[in-house]
Ligand binder design. Structure first.
Ligand code: SF4
Ligand code: SF4
Length: 332
């Protein structure tokens, strides 16, 4: 019988043991329905999730809710929105109680005296031209000044078809301001002309992402298996989509048979009562969903399927390590 220890040499086995202790239980929270940008393709606004619930304004209710989440076993709060930094009291309510990750567009500088080690993922939607097209301004020029050299920050770089062949220049800019970067792919929820993926573009992108990782190993947080999964939507011959997605809100998950999934995962709306279907939006077509975290989680919850060959299991370990680094369960 194939076992983890029979497939791994001592070095890989140590890496395996390090992550198997982590037991990450995440949930996602809409901190606010407001944002200081309106990006074309933002799943939150394009699916009207900002109107799904009215924001809870009472900070005591947020505190009590977060205590309840702790009791539910959550050990990683992923804050999104809208723009969470517009409501720093709510962010603090999480940060003071739970390991917290905050997604932000980086336009507002989070005060480090109040949030000394909170991990921030700054959204970046391509080079200057792409950001102007999709977000109305060159957001990087502001966010990079706010966070230059910050050890608890990385860019979440959304690759678009327009970026093919130009990624290295953006990565170099990120390296030059002393920050890390993780790449994901645009799902083009608002069907912006020229931003849909063609199969041959995805194929070329995979190899460009591999090259980028080889060239900038200290800047890019990634793995080649992740590149394969996200560009092909395939894992061990299976196709990503609704029937396989691990990031569906547990109480709303009526799939049968139920796939392997994130335990107790919920995406909460900002009224602290309503739930959204999944980590993105219910209007997104699952067959074209490119959500990076959902793809990573898909691999992570399918450990058993990767106990086949040493390479499969090493691929699984690398993706788990990558996820753990992005959410500060492991150092860079
Ligand atoms: S900054 Fe983020 S939340 Fe705001 S519109 Fe853009 S993608 Fe949406
Ligand atoms: S849209 Fe994406 S994240 Fe949401 S259920 Fe579908 S596949 Fe999963």
């Amino acid at each position: 019988m194939r076992t983890v220890s029979s497939l791994l040499n001592p070095e890989w086995y140590e890496r395996y043991k390090r992550i198997s202790k982590l037991n990450i239980r995440s949930s996602i929270y809409d901190v606010t329905n407001q944002c200081n940008l309106r990006c074309k393709g933002c799943f939150f606004f394009s699916s009207n999730e900002h109107k799904a619930a009215s924001e809870e304004k009472d900070i005591e209710k947020w505190a009590a809710f977060i205590e309840g989440e702790k009791q539910r076993g959550v050990n990683l709060a992923i804050l999104i929105g809208g723009e969470p930094t517009l409501c720093l009291d709510r962010v603090a309510a999480f940060y003071n109680r739970l390991p917290t990750f905050c997604a932000t567009n980086g336009l507002i500088k989070v005060p480090r005296d109040r949030f000394p080690d909170m991990m921030l993922g700054i959204s970046l939607w391509g080079d200057e031209e792409d950001e102007k097209t999709l977000r109305g301004k060159d957001v990087f020029s502001v966010s990079s000044k706010n966070y230059e050299g910050d050890p608890h920050v990385y860019y979440l770089y959304t690759l678009t078809p327009n970026q093919t062949g130009k990624i290295a220049r953006v990565i170099r800019k990120i390296r030059n301001v002393g920050l890390k970067v993780h790449m994901q792919l645009l799902s083009n929820d608002e069907d912006v002309a020229g931003f849909n993926w063609e199969p041959e573009e995805l194929e070329a992108l995979r190899f460009e992402m591999d090259e980028i990782l080889d060239t900038f190993p200290d800047t890019v947080i990634s793995s080649k298996y992740y590149h394969e999964i996200i560009t092909t939507g395939k894992m061990l011959g299976r196709s990503f989509g609704w029937q396989e997605c691990p990031s569906v809100t547990q109480p709303l998950d009526d799939r049968r048979p139920r796939p392997r999934r994130l335990i107790e995962f919920i995406r909460w709306a900002s009224d602290l009562e309503s739930m959204h279907r999944c980590c993105t939006s219910k209007t997104r077509d699952c067959s074209t969903c490119k959500d990076g975290a959902a793809h990573m989680s898909w691999v992570m919850v399918n450990k058993r399927a990767h106990i086949q060959t040493a390479k499969d299991l090493q691929n699984w370990i690398e993706i788990y390590e990558m996820f753990a680094k992005l959410y500060q369960f492991l150092p860079w």
